[in-house]
Design a protein around this ligand. Structure first.
Ligand SMILES: CC(C)(COP(=O)(O)OP(=O)(O)OC[C@H]1O[C@@H](n2cnc3c(N)ncnc32)[C@H](O)[C@@H]1OP(=O)(O)O)[C@@H](O)C(=O)NCCC(=O)NCCS
Length: 183
């Protein structure tokens, strides 16, 4: 398959480092996307998307522009040089507020990576004073729903086409995700 992220076996949670994505991460992001299972892509985007175009990857990595945020989880590359991307959490401003979404490489799921990334993203949204923050989550996505505790939810819209729109209180969410750790 020749996908960089696939050659990296999950080791300890501590081996993942976290930082905002930068334009130079575009190719890493495209490789990461190609490495995801069809189910993970569908859960993240709610439709099939086998590849990210360069244009889309450029937009995803242009953080800061237009109030966009994207944090990545990185591990050393398969050949021991460079970095491979194993997770991305995004905050995309739009008419309904800031939409948050996250996806973790299949082999790295269940290790606390999404919790950490979302905690970092929520802290950033708090610093900016964002009040309208939401996620669109498939009604049967128990793993994602577990990361949006009831105490962090402001309101949940009735499902439309299998998607729940959940508005969160960014500060309460940040505290719940991080166990109360500082911003
Ligand atoms: C949802 C997703 C982002 C979670 O990432 P992750 O790194 O595996 O999540 P974490 O390990 O940080 O935490 C998962 C939480 O879900 C819980 N969980 C794990 N498997 C679960 C399951 N089958 N049912 C219910 N809860 C589950 C864990 O207990 C954990 O909670 P805890 O931290 O209190 O123990 C990941 O599964 C993924 O990328 N899925 C595909 C894309 C997607 O669904 N994106 C959401 C779009 S908004």
């Amino acid at each position: 398959m020749g996908v960089e992220g696939l050659g990296v076996l999950p080791a300890a949670r501590a081996s993942v480092t976290y930082r905002p994505l930068q334009p130079a991460d575009r190719d890493r992001l495209m490789l990461f996307h190609d490495s995801l299972s069809a189910e993970s892509v569908y859960r993240r985007f709610h439709h099939l998307l086998p590849h990210l175009t360069r244009t889309a990857a450029d937009a995803f990595t242009a953080t800061g522009a237009g109030g966009r945020h994207a944090w990545g989880g990185f591990v050393p590359g398969a050949d021991g040089t460079g970095q491979a991307l194993v997770a991305v959490a995004r905050g995309e401003p739009g008419g309904a507020g800031v939409e948050v979404a996250v996806v973790v490489a299949d082999a790295w799921q269940g290790r606390g990576v999404a919790r950490r990334l979302l905690g970092l993203l929520a802290a950033e949204l708090c610093r900016e004073g964002r009040q309208r923050v939401y996620l669109d989550v498939q009604v049967d996505n128990d793993r994602m729903l577990a990361l949006v505790p009831l105490q962090a939810r402001r309101c949940t819209l009735p499902p439309e086409e299998g998607l729940l729109r959940i508005y969160v209180d960014p500060d309460a969410w940040r505290r719940l995700l991080t166990g109360g750790a500082g911003p």
